[in-house]
Design a protein around this ligand. Structure first.
Ligand SMILES: Cc1ncc(COP(=O)(O)O)c(C=O)c1O
Length: 374
């Protein structure tokens, strides 16, 4: 298969990750050993929460977080502008997604729309910090608290502790926060996820739910089964993933420094273009750097994507509106802002290995496209 010369996402794995994996091989633990616990402690610390449960994907994290929030049979207020995983997690829990429109500036759930969709069956609000940029959490928190609704944060587009809202880490403001460490993230554990929270009682419960419903005792990595009290899942994170995740967390300051420099270079290079707009942050947010989303005006996203591809630049075009997917037809209503933004967002190459000359090539290609008459 012919590869684009400038890839959109490349995991930053090298000698440190290979050494970490070697350590796990030598220890004999690559499946259900000691590393997940270490990883969980490190994630909790980074995310600014007392507890973290390691799982094998962000999707699993969302499924279990909503399970703990007790949404079954009820309604969940949420955004349609996200990956399918966010909305699927509501359906896995046999709850009803109630899609609300988003803010035009950020694409995040618009708290002004919540009031009109809340009913006596509403159990929770599930927000997504889209593209690693914080939702406006203060009014959302006030709304949820006033009505005693659970608040779950999908922070899967943020590295733990990296994205902030008024100085607070994403995932640490609601009842439960969810992270992803998939191979498509700049902080990867091959595949993996975590649920962060502050309730001791949820620690055992999450551990059980991720291990087919079996409790894990204090007597080592492979305890005798303690009986199955409820239907759990095979969601635990493996040692191989956890040991790589640990190493990537250590390296994150180095990665994020490079990503900030790349983001600055993109901002400078794309300044002044109307048709290809770099992301603009709200004063309350510090964006986590997993993605570099641009907004392409005038229905020209596909054309820009093709123009960049012709110059060997790969882009990501994965964001869509879940309420428009066939599966979600029963929950569909018109959400004009989300529908417009889904047509506009395009993701430029963005990973720590990207060289300055490559960023400049992407910028030149985008500028050439913007100059072209329609
Ligand atoms: C906002 C959001 N939610 C959920 C997920 C699902 O995470 P995973 O792919 O690890 O299951 C992702 C992954 O890209 C995401 O970006």
């Amino acid at each position: 298969m012919k590869r684009a010369a400038i890839r959109y996402v490349v995991p930053t794995f090298g000698a440190p990750e290979a050494a970490a994996l070697g350590e796990a091989f030598k220890s004999g633990w690559i499946g259900a050993g000691v590393y997940p616990r270490l990883f969980e402690k490190r994630v909790a610390r980074a995310a600014g929460m007392p507890f973290a449960a390691g799982v094998n994907s962000g999707t699993a994290a969302l499924h279990l977080a909503l399970r703990l929030a007790g949404v079954e049979g009820g309604e969940v207020l949420t955004t349609p502008l996200t990956v399918p995983a966010t909305s699927h997690a509501i359906l896995y829990n046999e709850a009803t997604p109630v899609f609300c429109d988003v803010e035009p500036e950020t694409g995040n759930l618009d708290w002004r729309r919540l009031e009109e969709r809340v009913t006596p069956r509403t159990r929770a609000v599930l927000v997504v910090h889209l593209n690693g940029h914080a939702c406006d959490m203060d009014p959302i928190l006030a709304f949820a608290r006033e009505r005693r609704l659970a608040l779950i944060e999908d922070a899967c587009a943020s590295a733990p502790g990296d994205g902030l809202y008024k100085g607070k880490p994403l995932g640490s403001m609601g009842d439960l926060g969810c992270f992803s460490f998939s191979g498509l993230k700049n902080l990867s554990a091959l595949d993996g996820g975590a649920v962060v929270h502050r309730r001791r009682a949820w620690e055992q419960r999450l551990s059980r739910l991720a291990r087919l419903g079996q409790a894990v005792g204090p007597d080592g990595p492979l305890p005798p089964p303690r009986g199955v009290a409820e239907l759990g899942y095979h969601y635990r994170i493996s040692d191989a993933s956890a040991v790589i995740g640990l190493r990537q967390l250590e390296r994150w300051p180095e990665f994020s420094g490079r990503l900030e420099a790349i983001a600055r270079r993109y901002h400078e290079g794309l300044a002044g273009l109307d048709s290809v707009a770099p992301p603009r942050d709200q004063p309350y947010a510090r964006r986590s750097l997993h993605y570099f989303p641009v907004r392409v005006a005038g229905g020209r996203k596909a054309a820009l994507r093709a123009a960049l591809s012709a110059r060997g630049v790969e882009t990501g075009d994965w964001l869509s509106c879940n309420h428009l997917q066939a599966l979600y037809k029963p929950y569909r209503r018109r959400l004009p802002v989300a529908e417009r933004l889904a047509r506009e967002f395009l993701y430029l190459p963005f990973h720590p290995r990207l060289r300055d000359a490559e960023v400049d090539r992407v910028v030149d290609a985008a500028r050439a496209f913007a100059r072209k008459p329609r």
